[in-house]
Ligand binder design. Structure first.
Ligand SMILES: NC(=O)C1=CN([C@@H]2O[C@H](COP(=O)(O)OP(=O)(O)OC[C@H]3O[C@@H](n4cnc5c(N)ncnc54)[C@H](O)[C@@H]3O)[C@@H](O)[C@H]2O)C=CC1
Ligand SMILES: NCC(=O)COP(=O)(O)O
Length: 346
């Protein structure tokens, strides 16, 4: 997707509203207010323009709102938060409303349509409240899978079957990839298979080169069980599923090691020895990276035909509208999206 237009005008990132009862609007307003300090490239929000105005007033922030079409976003960005206004939500801080789900979903669809049309350089998403969307009939586990489905509507997948979106959490000192994502721990262990590990590692290696400029990425693979299974004494998945996958990837020429005991994979010396760690379940990947840098880590989706980033945190309903939500992770997500799409502020 193009990140600059023919006249070398910066193409803005499209930032979705996310759950309007959560902190997405709060951190969006703060990110815009701090745009100069962080030299943020232009972005525009997609959602309810009145919600942003209401939340700014509640937070005591002076943030002018400009209702625009994406093409006008870059020109107004320095003086107002550009908003592509797609309809009204309730958006009461801390209380999700089923009625708001269609606009939450429409914002994501609109962002992908804009990036497909070259009106946006990247998609950045504010957090959605997954249970609230499920209650409204949303059938995808999260953005990652939904974006994979939307990608298929704008470009044919490389294998002709389906896009395989991969979640990666990228912090200043650590990148982790959960191979299984939004499933129970029991389902993660039961569903783990070599083909998924192989396919995930291939995409991670290719995108670390293509999107992050790492010529020959060094990957490690965490074991599933204590001590990576202790030669089968503490579980057989490490021997029977993970090891064959790693052997296949080594044979393909990837720089990859594993399965390695997960408990010694995330200390500083270990982290220095790889560019990304493939983890076998959600919390194995997310606990270390959020513990090291909760405020600065970015959730980036690999394996898509466009750039998508997001803050690492969720909707934080407990602090929405209170003026205490930290915006650094969204700011890092906006900066990373601009850098990856070539639109970083010069
Ligand atoms: N990309 C996305 O759309 C994501 C969505 N979620 C969703 O968010 C909802 C809530 O998830 P939780 O597990 O409770 O995680 P959460 O990140 O929303 O909140 C966990 C704790 O961290 C605090 N916190 C989160 N972000 C913060 C910030 N920017 N500044 C200060 N404190 C912050 C919250 O107040 C809370 O105490 C769930 O529905 C979950 O599925 C969670 C992660 C990512
Ligand atoms: N725990 C990470 C998370 O929920 C992010 O999911 P997604 O909505 O970005 O797919």
């Amino acid at each position: 997707m193009p990140a600059t237009s023919p006249g070398d005008t910066v193409v803005p990132s499209a930032l979705t509203m996310g759950e309007p009862a959560g902190i997405g609007p709060d951190v969006t307003l703060v990110a815009w207010a701090r745009r100069a300090d962080h030299r943020l490239a232009p972005f525009y929000a997609i959602g309810d323009a009145e919600l942003y105005a209401r939340r700014a007033a509640a937070l005591g922030l002076t943030v002018p709102i400009a209702r625009i079409a994406p093409e006008a976003a870059a020109a107004v960005f320095d003086r107002a938060l550009p908003v592509v206004d797609i309809g009204r939500v309730i958006g009461e801080p801390g209380r999700t409303a089923t009625e708001d789900a269609p606009i939450v979903i429409a914002a994501i669809e609109r962002a992908v349509a804009d990036v497909a049309a070259g009106r946006a350089g990247a998609v950045v998403t504010a957090p959605i409240h997954k249970h609230a969307l499920y209650a409204a009939g949303f059938s995808h586990p999260g953005h990652t899978e939904f974006l994979g489905a939307l990608a298929a509507t704008i470009a044919p997948p490389p294998d002709g079957i389906a896009w395989r979106p991969i979640m990666m959490l990228a912090g200043p000192e650590l990148r982790t990839v959960p191979v299984t994502v939004h499933v129970s721990l029991a389902a993660a262990a039961a569903s783990l298979d070599a083909a998924t590990i192989v396919a995930t590692a291939r995409i991670v290696a290719a995108d670390l080169t293509r999107r992050f400029g790492i010529e020959r990425p060094r990957l490690v693979v965490a074991g599933l069980n204590p001590h990576a299974g202790e030669d089968g004494a503490m579980g057989r998945e490490d021997l029977e599923v993970i090891r064959p996958a790693v052997d296949q990837l080594i044979a393909e020429g990837l720089d990859i090691r594993g399965p390695l005991p997960a408990d010694t994979l995330f200390h500083a010396r270990a982290r220095a020895s790889y560019d990304a760690a493939l983890c076998m379940y959600h919390d194995q990947a997310l606990i270390p990276v959020k513990t090291l840098a909760f405020d600065e880590t970015v959730n980036v989706t690999l394996g898509l035909p466009f750039v998508r980033t997001s803050p690492d945190h969720g909707t934080a309903l407990d602090i929405a509208g209170r003026g205490i939500a930290r915006a650094e992770s969204l700011i890092a997500a906006l900066a990373m999206a601009a850098a990856m799409s070539g639109a970083a502020r010069r």
